[in-house]
Design a binder for this molecule. Structure first.
Ligand code: WTA
Length: 645
């Protein structure tokens, strides 16, 4: 990443919001942004109450925010159902016939679903869940391809107060099992399969494998998507279509406490076990609604497309909830960006006249590498706003996105946030804030972001430090599911009452935030978080492995590549075949995204005298091939000498 940082430091190209954009935007000038920002920080209750009042509540709140660090409650006393705001509200406002989803499957099949139809399908499936005994507070695991039913399943859970936990379709059976156990889920919603690069991902088979060693699940709902053969277990497994045929579509939105849990989403941390991030209803709703409205500047005639998967937080906040809360029309695509080739996205932008497009820097870098011929010839003139998320964007990728995709006329919102924050925290407001390649610019309303040094003092411009948030915000995580102590230790123990994001950052003299990357043992591989400890524990579970240390290496395409240093047990021969076997083993225990790019066999790993693996040295070896830093605490120099060779 050091090249990126250097080019960041030299970056001074600034792009003011185009006048034509600002004129029509909700927030039209930097002065207007600053005034609203000031108010949102000085008087957050007034600011958030105003936003919340644009939505429908079944009972009003007593307090906007109660803050007992590190626990926050938002809109205490209120009753609300997020799906009433995503669906019913638009029907009541005469927008029932407006298109909610423009869905396209990887093989090219298409569906257009109006708000009325979406409401109908959500109510049907919610009744099917109820009919099978699933009730408010039950945890339901969703493991689906990117079909409309993935969103329908999430909303159906929310409709009845069931807590969804979506698991990315690329994760393995073991990962499903871990999440079932941790959340104590009682039901699973899946599909026979999903399409990915022309092949069928065997989703139902993976669920079966996970359920072989977890018996808490009473119902498995299976959508027919690929018509691949699946095994149906009597009394447990049922087809989506059969279950929805048994019920009617009358399903009033249940009145839930504003702090009722909405979902658990697992994310990697610096230990082996993923954390179940818990989000609740009212604050998350207001946070995703307001960020979508202001940052994507959503207008009634926009066609919005976020290319994320609902298995990640981006797919929760900016596919399933935020856009629907805003009554927007959105595109959902099932498959890979390069299927059948790298022109797929641009063909779809042209066809659906997409006006707001939100993707990850890693995808942009893959498009650049594939070549402009996949973009040329498509009419991208419908685009008016571009966004990125998930990792720092390098200036080269930013400029290509700006010029080649945006035609030099679309602002780019580089949005910094996390699974934990629930909604975007730092991003330009597109009609107001001047943008520069590589910076997420300014905090969103109500977000009191700062950079702290080791002692908890804010650092000055251009000094690096730790990114923190000093005030609570509506969509913040409430805890780690079943592990409040880990919640306190991870985010709140370094600085009292202040949220530690885990990212390194700096500000410039204009107050822009430049995010450098994770400070903990979490990698960012193609915009996805991956704990080095998770990969290490998968590796050491293999019978041939004695010890493993995993580090990131800068990678032009993926941001970071996964490098594993492995020592094998006595008597085991190392070979290319073993390396391959270990890669597949990690793929099987976590998912394909965790497969090490490189396995380096070593006779010993460099350790401190107290036995800790010196990852810093391993990282350095990966990045530069040699060691320059301090090695005085190293236990055995021969380990390093061998690795440098
Ligand atoms: C990184 C994704 C730089 C960061 C929404 C953060 C970013 C982690 C950006 C969260 C950005 C996300 N610029 N880095 N615009 N957005 N990150 O939980 O390291 O999957 O802590 O949430 O991604 O990843 P997560």
């Amino acid at each position: 990443m050091s090249d990126n940082i250097e080019s960041h430091l030299q970056e001074n190209r600034t792009f003011a919001p185009p006048a034509a954009f600002s004129e029509k935007a909700r927030i039209k000038s930097i002065e207007q942004y600053e005034e609203m920002y000031r108010e949102s920080i000085d008087d957050p209750d007034t600011f958030w109450a105003r936003e919340a009042n644009e939505l429908k509540w079944q009972q009003p709140w007593d307090s906007v925010c109660i803050w007992n660090p590190p626990h926050a409650e938002w809109f205490t006393g209120a009753k609300v159902n997020i799906t009433e705001n995503c669906l019913d509200r638009h029907l009541e406002n005469g927008n029932g016939d407006k298109t909610a989803l423009l869905w396209e499957g990887e093989p090219g099949d298409k569906r257009s679903i109006s708000y009325r139809e979406l409401h109908h399908e959500v109510c049907l499936f919610a009744n099917a869940l109820k009919n099978n005994g699933i009730t408010s507070g039950d945890r339901v695991l969703i493991y689906m391809p990117m079909v409309a039913e993935a969103v329908i399943a999430m909303l159906a859970c929310a409709r009845i107060g069931a807590v969804h936990s979506v698991v990315f379709g690329g994760f393995s059976a073991d990962s499903i099992k871990d999440r079932l156990e941790d959340s104590q889920a009682v039901a699973v919603i899946t599909a026979d399969g999903g399409w990915r690069r022309g092949k069928i991902v065997p989703l139902k088979a993976n669920v079966d494998e996970a359920l072989a060693s977890y018996d808490g699940v009473k119902n498995v709902f299976v959508l027919k998507r690929c018509e691949n053969d699946v095994t149906m277990t009597d009394g447990r497994d049922m087809w989506w279509e059969d279950e929805t045929a048994k019920v009617d579509a009358n399903c009033p939105p249940v009145a839930l406490d504003a702090e009722h849990p909405l979902f658990i989403l697992y994310t990697s941390g610096s230990t082996g076990k993923p954390k179940g991030i818990l989000h609740t209803t009212g604050g998350y709703m207001v946070g995703t609604y307001a960020t979508c409205k202001y940052i994507f500047d959503m207008q009634p005639d926009d066609v919005y497309w976020c290319t994320a998967d609902v298995g990640w937080i981006t797919g929760h906040s900016y596919i399933a909830y935020g856009p629907l809360l805003n009554g927007c029309t959105q595109v959902i695509y099932e498959g890979a960006p390069n299927h059948p080739d790298f022109s797929r996205f641009w063909q779809m932008v042209e066809e659906y006249k997409v006006s707001i497009f939100y993707t990850a820097p890693t995808a942009i870098r893959a498009f650049i590498k594939a070549g402009d011929q996949f973009v040329d010839g498509y009419d991208l003139s419908s685009l008016r706003l571009l966004g990125t998320v998930g990792e720092p964007i390098n200036p080269e990728a930013w400029m290509w996105y700006y010029n080649k995709i945006g035609g030099g006329k679309c602002p780019i919102v580089d949005t910094w946030w996390q699974t934990e924050t629930g909604a975007i925290m730092i991003s330009p407001i597109p009609g107001a804030v001047p943008i520069k390649p590589g910076t997420a610019t300014r905090p969103f309303f109500g977000v009191d972001a700062a950079i702290f040094d080791e002692t908890g003092q804010p650092v000055g411009p251009n000094e690096g430090g730790k990114l923190v948030i000093r005030k609570p915000w509506p969509s913040m995580l409430r805890t780690i599911y079943n592990d409040d102590q880990r919640f306190k230790d991870t985010y709140w123990s370094e600085y009292e009452g202040v949220y530690l994001a885990g990212d390194g950052a700096r500000t410039d003299s204009d107050g822009n935030f430049w995010i450098v990357g994770r400070l903990d043992d979490v990698l960012n591989v193609s915009g996805h978080r991956l704990g080095t400890a998770e990969v290490e524990s998968a590796l050491v579970a293999h019978p041939a492995v004695a010890e493993a240390a995993v580090v990131g290496r800068p990678d032009d395409l993926k941001g970071q590549a996964v490098v594993a240093f492995v020592t094998v047990k006595t008597g085991i021969e190392t070979s290319d075949d073993l390396a391959k076997e270990l890669r597949n083993h990690v793929g099987k225990s976590i998912g394909a995204i965790a497969k090490p790019d490189d396995i380096k066999f070593a006779s010993t790993l460099p350790k401190t005298r107290s036995g800790k693996i010196m990852r810093r040295l391993l990282k350095e070896i990966c990045a530069t091939g040699k060691i320059s830093g301090d090695t005085t605490t190293l236990e055995d120099f021969t380990a390093i000498a061998a690795l440098q060779k």
